[in-house]
Ligand binder design. Sequence first.
Ligand code: GZL
Length: 325
Amino acid sequence: MKKWTKAFAVLVFTMLIVSVSALGAPETWVVGFSQIGAESEWRNANTFSVQHAIGEEPSLLLVFSDAQQKQENQIKALRSFIARKVDVIAFTALVETGYGPVLEEAKKAGIPVIMIDRDVAPEDRHLRLTIMGSDFVEEGRKAANWLGDFLKEKGLDDGEKQINIVELQGTVGSAPAIERKEGFEEVMNVKHPNWKIVRSQTGNFTRSEGKAVMEAFLKAEKNIDVLYAHNDDMAIGAIQAIQEAGLKPGVDIIIIGVDAVKGAFAEILAGRMNCTVECSPLLGPQLVQAIFDLRDGETLPERIYTIEGIFDQTNAAEAFPTRQY
Ligand code: GZL
């Protein structure tokens, strides 16, 4: 009899330990993350940052979906997350419009939505909790202000002679494409009446399309002074087109990109590119913290900004060794 009493006592004690330790452990949350694709160095770094940050947390389980640049795939993924009753949805919007109905469904299902990187349209923003990521308008302003300073310093802009700019836009309808254009033109229209965007077309944030569109620009325009590309991947593709046209990128044509990916640093250090405006993809840790805050019942701020810089031939060599993407 004594033997059984001892065994029973050990069992009760063990169950007590397990239940007490379980009391302290955070509730496990399932996170549905809909990523738009793998179109650029930036996107791949963003995906890795989110997957790694969530993977490091035992109390978070990730359900990941890659929409391959198709909005219909994203909407299907969001609906599958709702059907699975995930605890929270995180996603970046391929383009701003078209997500209203599925966000209404998430709200009806009581599933909170956190936007990372690209936001949805203003009329749908009441359906998501917050947006975390860069200020794309400010990135456009930074690009234009850098160009103004650079042209002045090099004696290339007397304020009278027309400066011909070609622009490689990002994905049509996406927040970064809309807002980087807005920020650049805001500065140009106020400070530089002699600047003119002579050609502007989407390269869809990819190297291949950036190269193809730049080839067309070079055929159509005999005197291009500046290329403003909404991301570095398109700038890198354009650099190949400029070289194949027998011109010196970074010298004959000043080249500005956005993202500050390693590929851009390599071009800047080689003298083929002049500037890249940082747009950090490393949003994983901030997303995990926002999910923890949500799980702890806290209210998330309307906007969570990332801190960013700008790199050119004066500071790229020093920064390059510690770049994470
Ligand atoms: C910006 C991000 C953009 C990058 C591109 O936050 O959405 O998408 O600038 C990427 O490189 O394709």
